[in-house]
Ligand binder design. Sequence first.
Ligand code: ADP
Length: 481
Amino acid sequence: MGGENMIELHNIKKSYDNETTVIEDINLEIKKGEFVTLLGPSGCGKTTILRMIAGFEIPTEGEILLGGKDISELPPNKRPINTVFQKYALFPHLNVYDNVAFGLKLKKLPKKQQAQKVSKALEMVDLEGFEKRSIDTLSGGQQQRIAIARAIVNEPKVLLLDEPLSALDYKMRKEMQMELKNMHKKLGITFIFVTHDQEEALTMSDKVVVMANGAIQQVGTPEEIYNEPSNVFVADFIGESNIFKGVMSGKFKARFCKAEFTCVDDYAKGTVIDAVIRPEDFVLTKPEEGMITGEILSSDFKGTFYEVSVLCGKNQIAVHSLRTGEAGTRVGLSIEPDNIHIIPYDLSINHYEGSVCREQEGSTLAVSFAGISWNIEPSALFEGAVMSEGVVYDAQGLPIDMSDVSFEASFAPEHADLSDDADEGVVQGNIVSFIYIDDHYSYTVRGLDEEDYIVDDEDLWNQNDFVSIIIPQDKVKYKLL
Ligand code: ADP
């Protein structure tokens, strides 16, 4: 989509009390007239971004541009931006007219103009003639519309909507979604909408910004986000996904689930991948006709399809199918090549820069990386090296200058484990998110040092659980930088 940018966020960071970083480093462009949705689980930082755009919070770093001009220093009432809040924040003692006209009165606009603007705003939300009604005689949906009328009466360039529909029941919510879309078309202004409901985001937006843990995961149209998720978090969060660990086994060939599949993504042979397959893209077949076979564990009728769980080896696969079978039935599963979405494994996972500590003694080397400090054999960093009385000697017996040695330490998620005993692991933190891959969970733990660690574990932990991470020393690899 072309057009000029209405809002630009440049390298925005936000931390409270100089401590916890809530927003990592966000760059985002929002075009004039666009309907953009910030989507992500609760606590990922959506509202914080909205509040910074509105001016209720000041970014710790970075700038916010509106129409190309820096507005970082402008107070909220000087920004051509209005917000519709989750709790409508209407004044219960004022009638509809006075609620909608509130901002205009503050601006001391002549009475006649006020009346014109209020009636135009009420028309826009389909509540003409409601001027004299008191707020407590209105339904939830009507109150929501009054809140919107109050926000648009100021003719803002940007309307911010912070989970405005979350208090409504399902049917009213669906209706208001359509109404908001129509209103967006009629008004022609930029809408920035916040929700944790992916279906709502996909049905309403021109552009979806998927967020997790204070960072943007992907920006795209609803179709792009659904069909081409850029990482396993997005794949898991948007719709339902089966995620398999695998490897590219040839041109347009991927191996996972103990079988080889033809796919349409081309990555070098040997590339470690995650393969994402939506439940509706599996086809249930007779065992001899399937690309893989398994056994039906359970089958639940969902109105328009059966939700079938199939056990293939150790993998429990979710399948949405029009046909089904009894638990225990052997079945085959087949998949069209273009329904397999390949995501190359992120090679930066669990890679940390480290250094050698200044003070050394004994025969092992004290090193630190991320939030971890421990002692290693010098030969783990320098082949054939030994240490004596604080000095490292190379294989030829010559001393090595340690003053500016830096290295990269890494470990595979499957080699680490979680524990609820803080002393058992080498680093502590909170679980910020997790997804199910193959036959285990993959956890993202944010350490007290604010580094992220990815750990595979078979047990189910909860978000926000405080855990310590056990990393066997001999599973860590070191590479000199
Ligand atoms: P979301 O809107 O995605 O649910 P928020 O932007 O409300 O997320 O919050 C992001 C994180 O910032 C949360 O961990 C929240 O606890 C923290 N947070 C929000 N406001 C404050 C504040 N005033 N002081 C400290 N932490 C805050």
